[in-house]
Design a protein around this ligand. Structure first.
Ligand SMILES: NC(=O)c1ccc[n+]([C@@H]2O[C@H](COP(=O)([O-])OP(=O)(O)OC[C@H]3O[C@@H](n4cnc5c(N)ncnc54)[C@H](OP(=O)(O)O)[C@@H]3O)[C@@H](O)[C@H]2O)c1
Length: 249
């Protein structure tokens, strides 16, 4: 029997990287899974990769109406939800002096408001007990130049887990955070920077990672499974650093 047998899960940002690896693991562990992504082609690609056991939905987490529609679909398909992995996120690195409203608004809209829309729309579907997992970053613990707005949006996400754990405890809904370090995913191709600049930046960051390698999405997925499943039943409002020692060692 799988660790999520009979359970249902929503994963936002489930079309690539950490979310897709987690969707695969959740399916393997017996869950029925729905994923959300905003790029139609990547949603279709993920649907094909995951197969018939998963529902793939095209929605923008920064749009409350989109997420309300996702919740309507999930109610019809699953009835109730046992796990919500609010993982969709973007990073737009920029020197602080260049940061403008577009940079701030876009990252807040997806990384912070997106998490709020995801949880608000699905909360009425959450079982008692159930688990919400949020994706933050090790960069909330270790300052990294160029990541001022990104890290702040993710610190807000980490804060939400504390407040919402207090607020949702009577409903039996736990809220915890996974904070990855440098993980090899397509996010590095979506930063809006030239490939050479990304490589140089990644090499510089890697020099501060005791594990001396990138983490892999399927490694992060195993930690998410822990937070999503009953294995972490006594954990609430916690932040699990998963960063090869980047922020701590
Ligand atoms: N990789 C790392 O080193 C690292 C480290 C720390 C934290 N994280 C965090 O981990 C999470 C997953 O990132 P990843 O590394 O796996 O990168 P990724 O492969 O780029 O995955 C990001 C996912 O979020 C989705 N997404 C982005 N904007 C969205 C929106 N407005 N609405 C719906 N979905 C949206 C993407 O879908 P589309 O492709 O359709 O846009 C994709 O499925 C993010 O929150 C990221 O900040 C990553």
């Amino acid at each position: 029997m799988g660790r999520l047998t009979g359970k249902t899960a929503l994963i936002t940002g489930g079309t690539t990287g950490i979310g897709l690896a987690t969707a695969k693991l959740f399916l393997k562990e017996g869950a029925r899974v729905a994923i959300v992504g905003q790029d139609a082609a990547r949603v279709a690609g993920a649907a094909e990769e995951l197969g018939a056991g998963a529902i793939a939905l095209n929605a923008d987490v920064s749009c409350a109406a989109d997420m309300a529609a996702v919740a309507v679909r999930l109610k019809a398909e699953f009835g109730k939800l046992d796990v919500v992995f609010a993982n969709a996120g973007i990073a737009r690195p920029m020197p602080f002096s260049d940061v403008d409203d577009d940079n701030i608004d876009h990252q807040i809209d997806v990384n912070f408001k997106g998490v709020i829309h995801t949880i608000q729309s699905t909360l009425p579907l959450m079982n008692k007990p159930s688990s919400i997992v949020l994706t933050s970053t090790a960069m909330i613990e270790k300052g990294v130049a160029g990541m001022s707005v990104y890290a702040a949006t993710k610190a807000a996400v980490r804060s939400l887990a504390r407040t919402l754990s207090a607020e949702f405890a009577p409903r039996g809904v736990r809220v915890n955070v996974i904070s990855p370090g440098l993980v090899e995913t397509p996010i590095y191709g979506k930063l809006g920077l030239p490939a050479a600049a990304v490589q140089e930046w990644a090499a510089q960051l890697m020099s501060g990672v005791p594990a001396a390698r990138f983490g892999q999405a399927d490694e992060v997925a195993k930690a998410v499974l822990f937070l999503a499943s009953d294995d972490s039943s006594y954990m609430m409002g916690e932040n699990l650093l998963f960063d090869g020692g980047m922020a701590t060692v």
